[in-house]
Design a protein around this ligand. Structure first.
Ligand code: HEM
Length: 169
């Protein structure tokens, strides 16, 4: 007999590992990914801020600031991506969840934008800002918001990267 939509079961839910969502890349139970994402997130918005201030004031100080914030933002984002990928690969219940792969794709897209935004500025950080640099920073900020919001859903909605054992940390 055909099942009604509310009776359909995702076969992944039947896996013994589905609820094994504890963080694997952690120090004393504290997930390194959640700790490290704050830096690229802040630096992506700092780069946009520096570009806007350059557009507004014309002071080349802001283009040097944007060169460094975009570069550190990109490399710290790569470091955060490595810790996140560790969670994805080593967490049996984490890699089974489609939402984590969606976050992975959004995050890799973001890292590509952040890398391009930095690379654009290396040869001439002042000429790079208007118009392409500031547009890349805007795109990077929007993508950071999306990837970060979605990362939060993994924690709050799926309980990924949390400790099931309260005595662990
Ligand atoms: C590139 C590969 C990445 C993978 C595979 C990945 C995977 C994950 C996973 C599994 C979680 C759940 C929490 C945990 O297990 O620690 C998470 C949370 C999160 N991710 Fe990622 N991530 C990646 C990159 C990024 C990047 C580049 C950013 C932003 C710059 C980011 C932002 C976040 C945020 C904000 C959270 C929520 C943290 C919290 O609320 O505690 N992720 N990610």
């Amino acid at each position: 007999m055909a099942r009604k939509p509310h009776q359909l079961r995702d076969p992944f839910h039947d896996s013994d590992h589905y609820y094994m969502t504890d963080s694997f890349v952690a120090v004393a139970g504290h997930p390194l990914h959640a700790m490290s994402v704050a830096f690229p997130i802040a630096l992506a918005f700092a780069t946009l801020g520096a570009d806007v201030f350059y557009w507004w004031t014309g002071d080349p100080f802001w283009t040097r600031a944007a060169l460094y914030s975009s570069g550190f933002g990109f490399w710290l984002g790569v470091a955060a991506g490595i810790t996140g990928t560790g969670e994805l690969v080593f967490g049996p219940g984490i890699r089974r969840r489609i939402a984590v792969w969606t976050h992975f794709i959004a995050a890799v897209t973001l890292l590509s934008i952040m890398g391009a935004n930095w690379g654009l500025r290396i040869a001439d950080h002042e000429a790079a800002v208007l118009p392409y640099g500031i547009l890349m920073s805007l795109l990077g900020a929007v993508m950071t918001g999306f990837a970060g919001w979605h990362g939060g859903k993994l924690v709050f909605d799926h309980q990924i990267g949390v400790s099931a054992d309260p005595g662990k940390g």
